[in-house]
Write a protein that binds this ligand. Structure first.
Ligand SMILES: Cc1cc2nc3c(=O)[nH]c(=O)nc-3n(C[C@H](O)[C@H](O)[C@H](O)COP(=O)(O)OP(=O)(O)OC[C@H]3O[C@@H](n4cnc5c(N)ncnc54)[C@H](O)[C@@H]3O)c2cc1C
Length: 281
């Protein structure tokens, strides 16, 4: 969407149309810009993010968790972390917030065409991948097999349950695990890597998309490498502290790259060229 240099920091008002409670810490906010013409023209790509502003809280980057194949509303799935996200959790349907964006380099959807896609996520990490998955389902003949490995701390912490059920109905191989079981849970217990045990992906046509906390990311990378995935076949989104979101303040600087404009989506091959990977080793 074209923006002039004068309005890059200007949020636009968006109305909360619906709130889906995912678990005690995560809710998905369905939003539409109050300016109907702007809302109708608004376009984005999976993996991009919005800068969200709330009165007295400043701004925070939040991934768009909906698919551009269903225009008219933007979904933001938000985990209660600090001041701004706690204020968002106090929102009611009909309230308004400020939004600017979309920003960032998205997932390379064209490169993913015809590929078997392995999504690996923990907790809120499923948010940026949700838009990719729904895009694949809306353009089903353009993608290969779809597999989701999703880890949560406990069964009560499982977010996106409605999506997981719907994806299963549509033929996605969704596998869940929890760190600690609760009464009534008779499925997998263990780290998300334990879901990789029985997987035999066709390496030559597979890509993995990972999003989750750093420890999970490390463990999953180790398993993917052992399975034979090359660095170019692994994509992730980088969470860095951000201020402007548009490449000016350089707050999200990573060894010459900016998470906000060069990312947040990176291949593992790109990340290995940055000192950041060594720092996180
Ligand atoms: C590109 C991008 C996409 C994101 N998408 C989502 C999303 O879809 N849903 C969601 O819930 N959150 C997302 N986040 C994280 C979210 O922006 C931060 O948690 C944000 O700081 C929350 O603001 P707050 O005022 O509630 O918390 P704050 O008071 O800012 O922070 C709360 C805690 O989180 C830590 N923190 C803040 N920002 C980051 C960060 N970028 N990385 C690691 N730790 C941080 C702080 O140090 C503090 O300990 C995303 C971040 C980035 C960079």
């Amino acid at each position: 969407m074209p923006q002039t240099i004068t309005d890059i920091y200007l949020p636009r008002q968006a109305k909360v149309e619906q709130i889906e409670v995912e678990n005690s810490q995560i809710s998905t906010f369905v939003l539409a810009f109050c300016d109907h013409a702007y809302n109708d023209a608004f376009r984005y790509q999976p993996g991009q993010f919005m800068m969200v502003s709330m009165p007295h809280c400043g701004e925070a980057p939040i991934s768009i968790s909906s698919t551009p194949t269903r225009p008219g509303a933007i979904h933001l799935s938000v985990r209660r972390a600090g001041k701004l996200t706690a204020a968002m959790h106090g929102l009611r349907v009909g309230d308004t917030i400020g939004l600017r964006g979309p920003y960032g380099r998205p997932f390379p959807m064209e490169q993913l065409q015809k590929k078997d896609l392995l999504f690996v996520a923990g907790g809120i990490g499923l948010a940026p991948l949700r838009g990719v998955l729904d895009t694949c389902l809306d353009q089903r003949d353009q993608f290969g097999t779809l597999t989701v490995l999703y880890g949560s701390r406990t069964p009560s912490d499982i977010a996106f349950q409605t999506d997981l059920d719907m994806w299963r109905e549509k033929g996605v191989d969704c596998r869940l695990t929890v760190d600690a079981a609760e009464p009534g849970w008779d499925a997998q217990v263990g780290l998300v890597t334990s879901l990789m045990d029985g997987l035999h992906p066709k390496l030559e046509r597979s890509t993995a998309l990972i999003c989750g906390p750093p420890l999970m990311f490390r463990a999953v990378l180790g398993r993917l490498t052992a399975m034979g995935f090359r660095d170019e076949q692994v994509l992730t989104t980088m969470e860095r502290h951000m201020k402007c979101g548009v490449g000016i303040c350089r707050h999200c600087h990573m060894d010459g790259k900016l998470a906000c404009v060069d990312g947040p989506v990176f291949s593992l091959a790109e990340l290995r060229k940055l000192k950041i990977m060594e720092m996180e080793d």
